[in-house]
Design a protein around this ligand. Sequence first.
Ligand SMILES: C[S@@+](CC[C@H](N)C(=O)[O-])C[C@H]1O[C@@H](n2cnc3c(N)ncnc32)[C@H](O)[C@@H]1O
Length: 250
Amino acid sequence: MEYIVGNVDFFGRNFNVDSRVLIPRVDSEVLIETTLNQIVPLILKRNGVTNLSQLDRPLRIMEIGVGSGCLLITLLLELEKIGLQKVRAFGIDKSEGALKVATLNAQNLIPKYMELAGKDLKELEFIQHDIFKDDDWIHKDLEMDLIISNPPYIPTNVVQNELDKDVSTHEPHMALDGGLDGFDFYNYLLVDNVLSSKYNLNGHCVMEVGYDQANSLRERIINSRSSLQFLGTAKDLSGYERVVMVETKI
Ligand SMILES: C[S@@+](CC[C@H](N)C(=O)[O-])C[C@H]1O[C@@H](n2cnc3c(N)ncnc32)[C@H](O)[C@@H]1O
């Protein structure tokens, strides 16, 4: 199959995109800024260091639903700028096509991360994985320091009937459809806390949410039996809460 390849600017860098991935949105830059400004200081504190360069082990970072790779690749480059030297990063997606686009972008923008980091370990791995499948997570024993995600969060009926024609015909529904009320990914990962039980989160998670979802998600997490602690939200330039932050209790 042929794909028309386009280019999109995200956080000042050029990313290849085509019909296999969501087109990176400028809104998602809030997730990067929040991670750098609010979460990095917490990571430092948790690890008892004052600069990322002092970490004596690779920081383990995972993105769920990596798509074009714009978030994970940007984050790795920005973290490197502020001192991060050792990293093991995992970009996972259900879509094989998306992973091909992410790999292309990583080869263009961070080629050295795609090389072997010794002992057969790659610093950055892209892994095809459906989060709702139980048994096929291959790094079960690895604890994650940071998980980021901009999951599909649009209610199914909106994807099918109300979305802008341009979006619903040109972007993969798999990247948009968040289930009946749009909360399938949040309920599973945060409220049921699959982030801890399956992906071994021992640290922080930063997730993008739809402009009207943060409040409900806050309530759902606080009222759940999840061991995740709700940390707060971050707003976009229009004043909408578009990012939710949580951490595992120490
Ligand atoms: C909203 S897009 C985000 C893409 C990219 N991270 C960004 O911010 O531009 C969500 C991504 O989740 C992936 N996805 C959807 N369902 C999934 C599942 N069950 N398991 C893993 N990834 C999934 C989609 O293929 C898509 O790439």
